[in-house]
Design a protein around this ligand. Structure first.
Ligand code: BGC
Length: 718
């Protein structure tokens, strides 16, 4: 039986002020003398120190992935912690712990929330074996700017897709509500970063954010709300400001919006070092002021600064902070520990759990999850799938590379990853592999060898892309083209053999200038994780049919960024009739359209989609959509039916299109099925200028198809 709230209150009553403050402090494992600095740290520690025995009062540890380390810290800690309150271990397990799965952006490309749920569920099992109690995932920062390196951690540009994925991640990590306390194969989740971080200006990391309340409510809150409704255990604040206040010191944001309006009951944690940053942002003069601002705003846990540790007790003493504020924060932390069952078993079963990490079942799951994440962007002359007898040349910086995990890869190691070459040579007899040593360079020798191999084969496969560390946190770019060396490679190869299949390894939408037009086929493989090579070859060989769809628009050029499908119409839109009109919203040197739109992705099969619509105008209003989907091709495979809506006239401007429903449907070759969608009154609501959720009577356009450029199939008055 887990502790009741009365028992937790009684425990709180026994705690000294220092013990209370300790619960609100989070440190890395290296703070414990039992540990020889094996913890993984992700930021500056500066001169932060916990004095003497005080370390046995801190509440949580972040960044250890090591079973022996976690167990030894917990054991030593519990011997000395006066009240026997266990430590809570958190870590960044973003797309896998030891077995690495596709990056979250790639999981979103599956357009299949079950895939994200499965990934989270497998990650939780590996976490349990290591002793990790809670992961700092899912990251649901909505973003439209591929210059920002952290796009790889999120679900892309659409708030509906983001919310579906957020819910699936939380369910996968945590299971059913209440399951955490007894099912140790589940872990706590932390939705982050609250809020608006994906809007950093010009895509530059940690930059200023400027966002309207309307945009926040309409587009950024839904994924957080979905995670909260699903029971996420923790919320992490963002580094940026909202309305002039950094999120961690923003009472209207944490207290009024997150807790009161959105109903989040659990603890709120600062991002790494963020409480100290209140000083660098320029809203706190010294550390005491920073601590006061953060705690009174509702931030419970201080990740990796000494703001709370050095100042909270004094602030309470001098009556600048009410003890009630501390008590509430501590109770939320204790409740989380109780919800995780830590008072019953501080190790959460990790001592007996073993044998699944990196095991074959998880590898098979990772390989299958990888299948769903890849997006076929181009396939001319039906060059794909490859034929069994073709002579192949695999060339490029990602040919033999094991840098296929992507950033934020937990405790995963490149040595465990299956490279492209390893998987391809295992399946095809005639393969010449020409590795290119670096992503940004091409030597003369490499080029000569590459051209020779290209001349002597039927199909050239180019493995191109970014380094894993060019994506993730602190990895912003102004140029999102492939490096010049790789563009030169494809140009030179095309001159000797124009049959080129390009496979891309990257963590953001790219500007594919010089690559798209020179490739016969393009497979977007992202960073797929440990099973990358196997998953890719399964698709190239046709063993599996590609079914992924882009969760973010691929621009024609970086100058179009931010470019996204659900934009506003503007007062001077560029319509087909107004192409020659000077005063329309357009560029002089580039089109308005992207290279590949949101929701786009090809299959080896052709799918035929027809729909019938029934509108119910009486209250409760509804729109029933019945789709017939037929796989008209020779390959079994999946297609994603996408339903978009446009509200033509609103109380505020409304987007030209909004995704309302999607469903991935698997069909055997020749098979046909019926898929039904129901839009209810809620689907026609939006926020007006007073932030009220409203629904208008008026004209709507309905679009149904297999990407966001779907044709309008009807309009109706509702
Ligand atoms: C990141 C967070 C992460 C934290 C802990 C920060 O730098 O912004 O997303 O969870 O570090 O590693």
């Amino acid at each position: 039986m887990t502790k009741t709230s009365k028992e937790l209150q009684a425990l709180l009553a026994k705690m000294t002020i220092n013990e209370k403050v300790g619960q609100l402090v989070q440190v890395t494992p290296s703070f414990f003398e039992e540990v020889e600095g094996t913890g993984i740290v992700t930021g500056l520690m500066g001169d932060y120190q916990i004095r003497g025995e005080d370390i046995y009062e801190v509440g949580s540890v972040l960044g250890s992935y090591d079973k022996a380390e976690i167990a030894s810290i917990q054991q030593a800690y519990l011997k000395k912690n006066r009240l026997g309150i266990p430590l809570l271990f958190m870590a960044d397990v973003i797309h896998g712990m030891k077995t690495i799965f596709p990056i979250p952006l790639a999981l979103a490309a599956s357009f299949n929330p079950e895939v994200a749920e499965a990934m989270a569920s497998w990650s939780a099992i590996e976490c349990q074996e290591a002793g990790i109690h809670l992961t700092f995932s899912p990251m649901v920062d909505l973003t439209k700017d591929p210059r920002w390196g952290r796009v790889m951690e999120g679900n892309g540009e659409d708030s509906y897709l983001d919310a579906q994925m957020a819910r699936a991640f939380v369910r996968g990590y945590q299971g059913e509500k209440g399951e955490l306390a007894t099912n140790y194969a589940k872990i706590g989740s932390c939705v982050k970063h609250f809020i608006g971080y994906g809007l950093v200006e010009a895509g530059r990391e940690y930059n200023h954010v400027s966002v309207s309340k309307l945009d926040l409510y309409q587009n950024h809150l839904p994924a957080f709300q979905a995670a909260i409704d699903e029971g996420t255990t923790l919320v992490m604040t963002a580094f940026n400001t909202i309305d002039g206040l950094p999120a961690v010191g923003n009472k209207p944001l944490i207290d009024a919006l997150l807790r009161q309006e959105m109903g989040f009951k659990g603890p709120v944690i600062a991002d790494w070092g963020a409480i100290n940053q209140l000083m660098t942002h320029g809203v706190a003069e010294d550390q005491a002021a920073a601590a006061k601002l953060a705690i009174t705003s509702g931030c419970d846990i201080d990740m990796m600064t000494n703001s709370y540790y050095d100042n909270l007790a004094t602030l309470v003493d001098s009556q600048q902070v009410a003890i009630e504020a501390i008590d509430q924060a501590v109770l939320r932390v204790l409740q989380l520990k109780a919800d995780l069952g830590l008072f019953e078993d501080p190790y959460r079963g990790s001592q007996t759990a073993q044998g699944q990490t990196l095991g074959t079942t998880i590898q098979t799951a990772a390989r299958q999850i990888g299948h769903e994440a890849m997006v076929l962007l181009k396939n001319e002359q039906q060059v794909l799938p490859l034929k069994p007898t073709q002579r192949l040349a695999l060339i490029g910086p990602k040919a033999t590379s094991q840098d296929v995990l992507g950033a934020w890869c937990g405790y995963g190691e490149q040595k465990d990853a299956i490279s492209f070459a390893e998987a391809l040579t295992a399946q095809y007899e005639e393969v010449t592999v020409v590795p290119v040593n670096a992503v940004h360079e091409l030597t003369e020798i490499e080029l000569i060898q590459a051209k020779q191999a290209a001349r002597d084969c039927d199909v050239v496969i180019l493995a191109l892309g970014e380094e894993g560390e060019e994506t993730g946190e602190a990895a912003s770019k102004t140029d999102i083209c492939l490096p010049a060396a790789q563009r030169k490679l494809i140009q030179e190869i095309q001159a000797v053999n124009p049959t080129i299949v390009t496979v891309l390894f990257n963590g953001r939408p790219l500007d594919l200038t010089d690559v798209a037009e020179r490739s016969t086929a393009i497979l977007e493989a992202w960073f797929l994780g440990t099973q990358a090579g196997n998953s890719i070859v399964d698709i190239l060989s046709g063993t599996v049919n590609p079914s992924g769809k882009l969760p973010m628009t691929f621009p024609m050029t970086v100058g179009q960024v931010p470019i996204y499908y659900n934009h506003m119409n503007t007062g001077n839109p560029l319509t087909p009739e107004r192409q020659q009109e000077k005063y329309s919203s357009k560029y002089l040197d580039a089109p308005n359209t992207p290279r590949y739109p949101f929701g786009y992705g090809l299959s080896y099969s052709e799918f035929i989609l027809t729909s019938e619509i029934t509108i119910t105008k009486e209250e409760p209003v509804r729109v029933d959509i019945t789709c017939q989907l037929k796989n008209n091709g020779a390959y079994a495979g999946a297609e994603v039916i996408q339903v978009y809506l446009r509200d033509r006239v609103g109380q505020v401007t409304r987007p030209v299109k909004e995704l309302k429903r999607f469903e991935k449907v698997f069909l055997e070759a020749g098979e046909q099925t019926t898929v039904q969608f129901e839009l209810t009154a809620e689907d026609f609501t939006y926020y007006n200028a007073s932030l009220e959720k409203v629904r208008d009577t008026g004209w709507y356009d309905l679009f149904i198809g297999t990407d966001s450029s779907a044709e309008k199939i009807m309009d109706f008055y509702l």
